[in-house]
Ligand binder design. Structure first.
Ligand code: PLP
Length: 368
C-alpha cells in the first residue's frame, strides 16, 4: 500500500549532488532507446566531444563511466597502476586518502605526502617528494571537497616530464565550475562526476586518459584488475568498433549530454566566471553575518566553501534545522574537519545569486 513517490524539493547547497537544471531532468525523462541504437551511439560521440571541451583536452580516450565519481576514480587507478608501481599521492583531505586506499588495493607501492586539511601543496613540496620517490604516477586532488581547497597545477607537469611520471588528477569538484586546462597542465589521467559542477544527477562520470597513459596501458605486463573498468574493453564500445560491453544507463547519458550542452551554450569560460562571481558574493554575504571561511582566499574553490562553525554553535543541529524547516541542504565537516565546518556548495545550476540570498537569510534566522 505504498503511495507514489513524493520527495521534498530541496535547495542542495552541500558538497553534491547539486540541483539539476530543469532541461536536464526533462532530457532524462525521455523514453530510452537501445544502447546500440545508432542514435544513442551518436549521442555517445557528442558526450565525448563535449567532455573534451569542458576539460580542455584533445584526448581521444575521453568517455563517461557508468557509475559515480568513485567508479571513474577507480578507472584511472585500475588502468594506470601495475603491481609494484611507485605511486605518489598528495593527501590534503578525505579524497586523497581514498586514492591511497584504492591504489594500494591495485598493488601500488604507495608513497604519500600530507598537508593539514584546508591547505595545499607548494610546487617546492611536490618537487622534493618527486626527487625522493621518483614515482611512476603522481596523483593529486585538484579540488578537495572535504576542505574546499584548490591545488594549483602550474609547474607540476614539468616535474612529471623530468621523471617520466604520469600525472593523475581528481576533478570531481572542479569540472564545470573551476578553470581546468588538462592538456596545458600536462595531465595524463583525470576523472570527475556528473552531480556537481555539471548540474546533472549522479551516475555517469567523466574519465579521460592521454596518449602517454594509453601507451602504458597497451604495454602492461599484467591484465587490468577490473573487468568493468578496463579501458581496453570500454574503448571498443566507445570507439568505432561498438562492441557490447555493458548496458549503458541510457537516461543518465541523456541527462549528461543535456547538462554538457547547456555548458557549451553558456561557454565554459563564462561558466567558470559565473561560479567565481557567485562564490565571492557568498563569501561577502557570510562575512556580513559574522562568519569566517576555513581556507585562505587564494586557494578557495569556487564550487565548495568550508565555513567555520562559530564557537558555541551546534553545527549539526543548524544543518538539520536548515533542512527540516527551510528545505536547504548544507554539508557537515568530514574527517579532521568534522564538527568544525559547514560545507557549502554553489555548483552548476545552483551557482546563482538567489541561492546565496536564500541560504544567508535562512542561516541568519536559524543562528538567531
Ligand atoms: N573525489 C572527490 C574530490 C569527491 O568530492 C567525491 C565525491 O564527493 C568523489 C571523489 C567520489 O565521487 P562519488 O561520490 O560520485 O562516487
Amino acid at each position: 500500500n505504498l503511495s507514489p513517490l513524493s520527495m521534498p524539493n530541496r535547495l542542495l547547497l552541500g558538497p553534491g549532488p547539486s540541483n539539476s537544471h530543469p532541461d536536464v531532468l526533462k532530457a532524462m525523462n525521455t523514453s530510452p532507446v537501445g544502447h546500440l541504437d545508432p542514435t544513442f551511439l551518436h549521442l555517445m560521440d557528442e558526450i565525448q566531444s563535449l567532455l573534451r571541451y569542458v576539460w580542455q583536452t584533445d584526448n581521444a580516450m575521453t568517455i563517461a563511466v557508468s557509475g559515480t565519481g568513485t567508479a571513474a576514480m577507480e578507472a584511472t587507478i585500475a588502468n594506470s597502476v601495475e603491481p609494484g608501481d611507485v605511486v605518489l599521492i598528495g593527501v590534503m583531505g578525505y579524497f586523497g586518502n581514498r586514492l591511497v586506499d584504492m591504489a594500494g588495493r591495485y598493488g601500488a607501492d604507495v608513497r604519500s605526502i600530507t598537508k593539514p586539511w584546508g591547505q595545499v601543496f607548494s610546487l617546492d613540496e611536490i618537487k622534493a617528494a618527486m626527487e625522493t620517490h621518483r614515482p611512476r604516477i603522481l596523483a593529486l586532488v585538484h579540488a578537495e571537497t572535504s576542505t574546499g581547497a584548490r591545488q594549483p597545477m602550474e609547474g607540476v607537469s614539468e616535474l612529471c616530464e623530468k621523471y617520466g611520471t604520469l600525472l593523475l588528477i581528481d576533478t570531481v569538484t572542479s569540472l564545470g565550475g573551476t578553470p581546468i586546462y588538462l592538456d596545458e597542465w600536462g595531465v595524463d589521467l583525470a576523472y570527475s562526476c556528473s552531480q556537481k559542477g555539471l548540474g546533472c544527477p549522479p551516475g555517469a562520470s567523466p574519465f579521460t586518459m592521454s596518449r602517454k597513459a594509453m601507451e602504458k596501458l597497451l604495454n602492461r605486463s599484467t591484465k587490468v584488475k577490473n573487468w568493468y573498468l578496463d579501458m581496453n574493453l570500454l574503448g571498443k564500445y566507445w570507439g568505432s568498433e561498438r562492441v557490447y560491453h555493458h548496458t549503458a544507463p541510457i537516461n543518465m547519458y541523456y541527462a549528461l549530454r543535456e547538462a554538457l550542452r547547456l555548458i557549451a551554450e553558456e561557454g565554459i569560460e563564462n561558466c567558470w566566471q559565473r561560479h567565481q562571481k557567485n562564490v565571492e558574493y557568498l563569501w561577502e554575504s557570510l562575512e556580513s553575518i559574522g562568519l569566517k571561511m576555513h581556507v585562505e582566499k587564494q586557494y578557495r574553490l569556487p564550487t565548495l566553501t568550508t565555513v567555520c562553525i562559530p564557537e558555541g554553535v551546534d553545527g549539526k543541529a543548524v544543518a538539520r534545522k536548515l533542512l527540516d524547516e527551510h528545505n536547504v541542504e548544507v554539508g557537515g565537516g568530514l574527517g579532521e574537519l568534522a564538527g568544525k565546518v559547514w560545507r557549502v556548495g554553489l555548483m552548476g545550476y545552483n551557482s546563482r545569486p538567489e541561492s546565496v540570498d536564500r541560504l544567508v537569510s535562512v542561516l541568519k534566522e536559524v543562528l538567531k
